[in-house]
Design a binder for this molecule. Structure first.
Ligand code: NAD
Length: 377
């Protein structure tokens, strides 16, 4: 009997992505798996059921999930979805376990083997499986487009019979995966781009994209290539140095994040008060509370002529390409494990061991286990 891999229709509000696009679904079929999709699963990403060749279309989630050996999803599952699965099956997707401890308990109870895409270690060998990066790149691209859309100015310099228009100044704070893609996109649209990050390694990357790196004299390299949280003194120094550049920019894109912590607050209200009328802030950190004091996650607010946009789940706004990239990440994660048409989990492999959330009734991820056990006390 071939392994059955199933793709349910995403149920989270506003989620337009799908875990497998037709091309990757066909690759799984070629690997000897039986691929099943729920009717309409790819519709919002512009993949109609008919585009999935060699795939069985199943009408309802319950039938699909209860038959599957492996379920692949994008957004975190609900308890109801986990309960539809057969005991001991495998579930792969984003989980955000710290916010969804009841789901973790359901996974434990049903002895589901779950792999969280956000826990895949960020090592060279796992780059092609790194969904945090693929989806952050989508978000960074879209952030620049949103900035251009909400701005009352052109991004490029224009020389026209009606006069010469000066290019917009875009400032990007946080030059990680999303920030670098925002820089590249704003540059392609013709803006003058400046960028800042607390990790000095980003200087070269920023400059290679044709943007100017702002050296504000505050550095905070953390572990594993990430940033650490700033001290109060460093925060004050950073804000003082940033104020001048923020007051001059037309569009400010913020992406600063520290793993496992709320987004750092970098732009207090008084800095927004000093911005140009008509300026725009795109706060990509809105999901973690935002980098700007005035950000309202999921909303667009205006203060003193400045528009502050705090979009949520941005990758879902580019659903076709975001789904294709995500599906490739899943294929690259699963195909080495699927040798000989069976699921062979090598627990000595760092990628498998670190991305596993639950297995055989146990919580494998230390931080999640402490949280769930803390809940039970
Ligand atoms: P992230 O989303 O956690 O953070 C975004 C950016 O915000 C980071 O560049 C961070 O330095 C910056 N930041 C944090 N606090 C700040 C502050 N107070 N002021 C200004 N900037 C601040 O980061 P990310 O994009 O997910 O990844 C960042 C790191 O991970 C990079 O070193 C990247 O090269 C590395 N990475 C490695 C791999 C891999 O090897 N497989 C894959 C992806 C990313």
């Amino acid at each position: 009997m071939p392994i059955k891999i199933a793709v349910p229709k995403e149920t989270a509000q506003g989620e337009r992505r799908v875990a497998l696009d037709p091309t990757v679904a066909a690759r799984f079929a070629k690997l000897g798996l039986e691929v099943m999709i729920q009717k309409g699963a790819g519709r919002d990403a512009q993949f109609p059921d008919e585009a999935y060749a060699d795939t069985r279309v199943v009408d309802d989630a319950k039938t699909l999930m209860s038959e599957a050996d492996i379920v692949v999803k994008v957004a975190p599952p609900t308890q109801e979805e986990v309960n539809m699965m057969k005991d001991g099956a495998t579930l792969i997707g984003f989980f955000h376990a710290h916010k969804n401890t009841d789901v973790v308990k359901a996974l434990q109870k049903k002895k589901i083997t779950s792999f969280a895409m956000e826990l895949i270690p960020r090592i060279s060998r796992a780059q092609s499986m790194d969904a945090l990066s693929s989806q952050a790149a989508v978000a960074g691209y879209k952030a620049a487009i949103m900035g251009a859309d909400l701005s009352c100015r052109f991004f490029p310099m224009l020389t026209t019979a009606a006069g010469t228009i000066r290019p917009s100044k875009v400032l990007v704070i946080g030059a990680g995966v999303a920030g670098l893609q925002a820089i590249a996109t704003a540059r392609r649209l013709g803006a003058i781009v400046e960028a800042y990050d607390v990790r000095s390694a980003t200087k070269e990357q920023v400059e290679s994209l044709g943007a100017k790196f702002l050296d504000l004299g505050v550095k905070a390299e953390g572990e594993g290539g990430y940033a650490r949280e700033l001290t109060d003194e460093e925060k004050a120094k950073q804000q003082e140095a940033l104020a001048k550049f923020i007051s001059q920019c037309d569009v400010l894109i913020t992406t600063a994040a520290i793993p496992g912590r709320p987004s750092p607050m970098l732009i207090p209200q008084k800095m927004v008060d000093g911005m140009k009328s008509g300026a725009v802030i795109i706060d990509l950190a809105a999901e973690g509370g935002g980098n700007c004091e005035l950000t309202k996650p999921g909303k667009t607010v205006t203060k003193g002529g400045v528009t502050i946009h705090g979009p949520l789940n941005v990758p879902s706004q580019v659903p076709l390409h975001a789904s294709e990239m995500y599906a490739k990440n899943l294929l690259n994660f699963l195909s080495p494990v699927l040798a000989d048409g069976k699921l062979n989990l090598d627990w000595n492999d760092e990628i498998i061991a670190k991305s596993c959330l639950t297995h055989d009734g146990e919580i494998k991820h230390d931080a999640t286990r402490s949280l769930v056990e803390g809940d039970q006390k």
